[in-house]
Design a protein around this ligand. Structure first.
Ligand SMILES: Cc1cc2nc3c(=O)[nH]c(=O)nc-3n(C[C@H](O)[C@H](O)[C@H](O)COP(=O)(O)O)c2cc1C
Length: 467
């Protein structure tokens, strides 16, 4: 066979060879880049190996804010600090560390915060849990004495640390409803054992100041309903001249300080966005067995008059924000006043949708009592539905169809839920823990399996604001 090569053939072959060479060079360069990035990461981790770990297990952000303040104060005192969520810590990291400060809240009925569940299953319940003989720890447990299992997760964490051989720097401290005296004790004990002048460092987020908010409007949304009255409250910030207006994100909470019980602020999900020019809350009148309204709901639903002001503090709720899920489809599930937190997410998505920044749809499942009286924000929801943002709206009324709740609706629509999850959707649950929150959680666990649910939590695709 003759190998007669014409000039065009030679140039084509040379071109091909050149392209092949360039491809190889590019792959080699990418490989080198990846190697040096990995080397950089390992070097950074190595440099942090001696760092003090500051870990947080937080459901609604208070433990996280305190951990951030702890880290900030320690850094200001010249310490190398590694701040991270407890749920992201691996057994090896903990076993190699010398000191770890852990701030942990309790949620549900004595449960660990969702963000800490990977640590509970991966470390605390591991078949071969790590030995922590070289580790010194301090635990600050956040809780509320009105719950039967006061600080239960902090307690079980402290016990587990001891059982693994860790040495407590001092006895675990238990904070009841943000009690400032115990938090102050935390700073003092830390300063003592770490020999750092922590008190001289600047205060951070956890002690963020309150703002005066003026009630602009209060409207009962459900006259005639069998349920207790539900009010929509609209507040505007009473900012001093030149002072920036407070900002928040969809998913955040606000702490309300009732004037006659300022030691015990109550948290509410915010139902609006700063772009609305007002902070909106959905508040149900709650009465005790004697028929008396709770301190916060008495102020919000009755005593506070339009034009009067109340102290409130914004509370970042990182675990219920959209961060990381901005491009994902959302499945918003809730009941009653839980619509507040879900509405803020819908408003955020509507902004993004109209600006052409996302095409990911939203599915809302909301439970109430009677269609006739409890179809809140109907116009708004219908507009979003027409615009295409709200792909599905399931409103479930337990008094119209007795015993019908969102969890049953979800079960009936399981196939759709599966498809949405397969396409990467994230689930947000807002509303009552007992009944709705627990039942939805149980259903997800049964259908996805424990490992499936854990994977969803670990990737930030299952977020809850349940109370
Ligand atoms: C739904 C819910 C359930 C809670 N369950 C408990 C509990 O069982 N035991 C407890 O001591 N505190 C309980 N708390 C109180 C929290 O632990 C406390 O408010 C803590 O400061 C919250 O911190 P975080 O924002 O970091 O999650 C609960 C709070 C909420 C909202």
């Amino acid at each position: 066979m003759s190998l007669l090569l014409s000039a065009p053939r030679v140039s084509a072959a040379l071109l091909l060879l050149a392209a092949y060479g360039a491809g190889c060079a590019w792959l080699w360069w990418r490989h080198r880049q990846a190697l040096s990035a990995e080397a950089g990461r390992l070097a950074a981790e190595g440099a942090q190996a001696g760092a003090l770990l500051v870990l947080h297990a937080s459901q609604t952000g208070q433990a996280q804010a305190l951990a951030e303040e702890t880290a900030q104060r320690l850094r200001a005192a010249g310490r190398a600090v590694r701040l991270m969520p407890l749920g992201k810590v691996e057994a090896g990291t903990l076993a190699q560390a010398r000191q770890a400060l852990i701030i942990a809240s309790t949620t549900g009925e004595g449960d660990a915060p969702d963000s800490a569940l990977p640590f509970v299953s991966g470390c605390m319940q591991a078949q071969e849990p790590p030995s922590l003989a070289g580790l010194q720890t301090a635990v600050l447990a956040l809780g509320d004495r009105r719950y039967q299992a006061f600080c239960a997760f902090g307690l079980s964490l402290a016990q587990w640390l001891r059982s693994r051989g860790a040495q407590p720097l001092f006895e675990m401290l238990q904070v009841d409803c943000g009690d400032a005296r115990v938090i102050d004790q935390w700073w003092r004990q830390l300063a003592e054992v770490l020999q750092d002048p922590l008190h001289e460092a600047p205060a951070a987020k956890a002690t963020a100041s309150t703002t005066r908010w003026v009630l602009q409007e209060r409207r009962c949304l459900n006259p005639g309903s069998q349920g207790a009255p539900l009010h929509l409250l609209r507040f505007v910030a009473e900012a001093a001249p030149g002072q920036a207006l407070p900002l928040w994100q969809a998913g955040d909470l606000v702490q309300v300080f009732p004037p006659d019980d300022v030691q015990r602020p109550r948290s509410y999900s915010i139902a609006s966005l700063p772009a609305d020019g007002a902070l909106e809350l959905l508040v149900r009148e709650r009465r005790d067995e004697q028929g008396a309204l709770g301190a916060a709901s008495a102020w919000l639903c009755q005593r506070l008059e339009v034009g009067q002001a109340l102290d409130m503090r914004l509370q970042a709720h990182e675990g219920f924000r959209q961060s990381g899920n901005e491009e994902r489809a959302l499945i918003l599930i809730g009941n009653g006043t839980g619509l507040a937190g879900l509405r803020a997410h819908l408003k955020r998505r509507a902004e993004q949708w109209r600006a052409g920044r996302t095409a990911a749809p939203v599915w809302l499942l909301h439970g109430e009592r009677q269609a006739r009286h409890d179809t809140h924000f109907d116009e708004e929801l219908q507009t979003w539905h027409r615009e295409g943002l709200l792909a599905h709206v399931d409103r479930v009324y337990s008094r119209d169809l007795p015993g019908r709740h969102v969890q049953q609706q979800l079960q009936d629509e399981w196939q759709r839920l599966r498809e949405w999850l397969a396409r990467g959707a994230a689930i947000y649950v807002c509303g009552s823990l007992q009944g709705m929150g627990q039942a939805v959680d149980r259903l997800l666990r049964e259908q996805l399996g424990e490992a499936g649910l854990q994977a969803l939590i670990a990737s930030g695709r299952y977020r809850r604001d349940v109370y």
